[in-house]
Ligand binder design. Sequence first.
Ligand code: PRP
Ligand code: MN
Ligand code: MG
Length: 181
Amino acid sequence: AADIADDLTTVLVTEEQIHARLAELGQQVTEDYDGKELVLVGVLKGAVMVMADFMRALPKHVTMDWMAVSSYGASTKSSGVVQIRKDLDIDLADKHVLIVEDIIDSGLTLAWLLENFESRGAASIEVLALLRKPDAMKVEINSRYVGFDIPSDFVVGYGLDYDERYRNLRDVAVLAPHVYS
Ligand code: PRP
Ligand code: MN
Ligand code: MG
């Protein structure tokens, strides 16, 4: 089988840069939630790597839950139609919730999730996203913690997929157009 590296144009964010930034965000979150019980809600599947590394940057007690939604399928564009594939296990009522995402692209997934979570009566809801594409956003998303703003290229790696592949790439890289055109 071919190497993942053959399908990439440039590495945008290295594993080292990601870990350093998540450590900074971990400190910030620790200060901001001092004295509060925090629930991290990861969005499967893209957020698995961010969750694993970010939560280990937190020195205090924290709990974790997952929601599985999908809006992309085998496409490089968001359909805007968000489907719940797996709902949360816990009740969010009165909880301080931090949604953990790999990327805010159009923003449609998070806009939908934020509205959905607000109706569950959480005490507070904030967003942590490793990556954000300011030029691609179709809706405004108030994300308190953002790792890196990146250009609107289609990126893969560190949890991000194209057609379910490339998630195991350790860095975040731009997918070569020959792969999807
Ligand atoms: C991707 C990504 C974000 C979302 C961002 O998930 O992980 O959750 O799209 O795009 P948006 O801002 O345009 O909505 P995807 O739907 O591909 O599912 P996955 O996490 O399982 O890959
Ligand atoms: Mn996702
Ligand atoms: Mg995806």
